[in-house]
Design a protein around this ligand. Structure first.
Ligand SMILES: [Zn+2]
Length: 232
């Protein structure tokens, strides 16, 4: 099994996630990574890569934030071909009627062509978009973000109403959860999803991944209540 964790060890002199690199340092780090992949990682997994050369049958459509700390294949310990990933700031899913964008196209392809059996919408702790939803003034000068964030507006209002006065961290966590539920509701406006749900061909789960602990909170599919996810 491919171990993406191998790429996280200190195989390189600079831990780029701990510091800002300049252009040359950043490019060098990327180039070193590609070289390591092609000379060490790929050859060790050649048969597995060969097996997915011409087809994919992913286990899941995994919709998550663009945040660099979320690694769907690492979290689920899956290999190439198993997770069809759609990422954007805030793990948003625009309602079907809004517009045709990348998420809409990805959902359509995953459901109608790949026929994924599972859809996961995965938010996370310390999400910059959740912070901006709580404090819209921090998104000043970011018109693209302001437009995109409106897909989480209902969650923002819910959390401001129900958790006013709580700590910043708790409000952010509750908002991450509410936002996942809101995006699941949006997902259910997509006809390719509703038809497959009705036929019992797909299940949807909502997660919030805790970056600092590696734990996952999962929403009850009926009540929407989040509890610690345990696979055991
Ligand atoms: Zn995020």
């Amino acid at each position: 099994m491919l171990s993406p964790a191998g790429t996280l060890q200190s195989a390189f002199p600079i831990n780029s996630w701990e510091t800002h690199l300049d252009i040359n340092q950043a490019w060098q780090r990327i180039a070193d990574g590609v070289r390591k992949f092609q000379t060490e990682v790929f050859p060790q997994q050649r048969a597995m890569f060969e097996s997915v050369r011409k087809a994919q049958h992913p286990l899941a459509l995994f919709i998550t934030c663009a945040d660099s700390r979320i690694l769907p294949n690492l979290i689920t310990q899956s290999v190439p071909g198993e997770i069809f990933t759609d990422r954007n700031p805030g793990n948003m899913v625009p309602p079907y009627s809004d517009f045709v964008g990348g998420v809409t196209a990805g959902v359509e392809y995953a459901n109608l062509v790949l026929k994924v059996p599972v859809i996961i919408i995965c938010g996370h702790t310390d999400c910059g978009v959740m912070k901006a939803l709580l404090h819209p003034e921090t998104a000043a000068g970011l018109p693209g973000m302001q437009q995109w964030m409106r897909h989480g507006n209902e969650s923002r209002h819910t959390v401001l109403r129900e958790f006013a006065g709580r700590s910043e961290e708790e409000m952010l966590n509750r908002l991450a959860e509410a936002n996942v539920l809101e995006q699941i509701a949006h997902l259910k406006t997509h006809p390719n999803v509703t038809s497959r749900l009705a036929a019992n061909e797909v299940m949807i789960r909502g997660w919030v991944y805790d970056i600092g602990s590696g734990s996952i909170r999962q929403a009850d599919p009926v009540t929407g209540e989040f509890t610690e996810f345990s696979s055991i």
